[in-house]
Design a protein. Structure first.
Length: 236
């Protein structure tokens, strides 16, 4: 694997600090002199690193004032947004927006899958629901999350739309982390098992509207649970 250039290293480390919350949205980042001393590189290297993050709309350079961090909603790099979602501090808005995105993609995929899914895949979905139930009974969060993710991945594939699976693939790491966080709550697990069972049953009818409605109801339940059990919970 090729080594990162010095520009890439500086840009990446500054992005790490932004994601960690050291420089929140609207705040200035250190100047060229400070960054060049910190990384032991030239000011030209720092300048190019800043340009890299500016091109991704992570930073805004205001002549005569400084360089400032943009809000996540303005970032234009999918990789940077995914890093922020998976590695950053718990951001309520990001968590909600992730479910909104899932709702847009997965409800439609489930509608398509209803008329295309095979009997074997339906049996697999039912098996994954049973795996979730067993994991719930044994307090095995990792196994629960694995079955949950596999259930949704199968529906995306069963939609037979190549773009759905490809677009969703980069979200896997973020989804795994978020699912682990929410699935630690027993009530959320119980709701998820019930909703997944309804989705599998709706798909078995081969009715696209029923399938879409079942997935949409699951996404609404997921959003409600996130707000009730996670976002509203006091910090530990």
């Amino acid at each position: 694997m090729a080594r990162k250039s010095l520009v890439g290293v500086v840009a990446d480390e500054l992005l790490d600090r932004i994601i960690a919350g050291e420089f929140p949205p609207g705040s200035p980042v250190p100047g060229e002199l400070e960054l060049s001393a910190r990384h032991d590189v030239s000011r030209m290297t720092v300048r190019e690193a800043i340009k890299t993050l500016e091109a991704q709309h992570i930073l805004s350079v205001e002549r005569g004032r400084g360089t400032f961090v943009n809000p996540l909603s303005r970032w234009a790099s999918l990789e940077a947004v995914l890093r922020a979602a998976s590695e950053g501090t718990n951001d309520a808005a990001t968590a909600v927006q992730l479910i909104e995105l899932r709702r847009m993609l997965e409800s439609g995929a489930c509608e398509l899958a209803a008329s295309r899914i095979s009997d074997a895949d339906l049996d697999t979905l039912r098996g994954q629901v049973e795996s979730m139930r067993t994991a719930h009974e044994h307090h095995d969060v990792a196994a629960f999350v694995a079955a949950d993710l596999a259930f949704h991945d199968l529906i995306l594939r069963a939609s037979e739309n190549v773009f759905a699976a490809v677009l969703f693939a980069p979200l896997h790491r973020v989804l795994e982390r978020r699912r682990t966080q929410t699935s630690e709550v027993r009530e959320i697990q119980a709701h998820a098992i019930e909703q997944h069972g309804k989705i599998a049953a709706a798909l078995a009818t081969r009715d696209p509207r029923l399938a879409r409605d079942a997935m949409d109801a699951h996404m609404q339940q997921t959003l409600d649970d996130l707000r009730t059990y996670v976002l509203a919970a006091p910090a530990g």
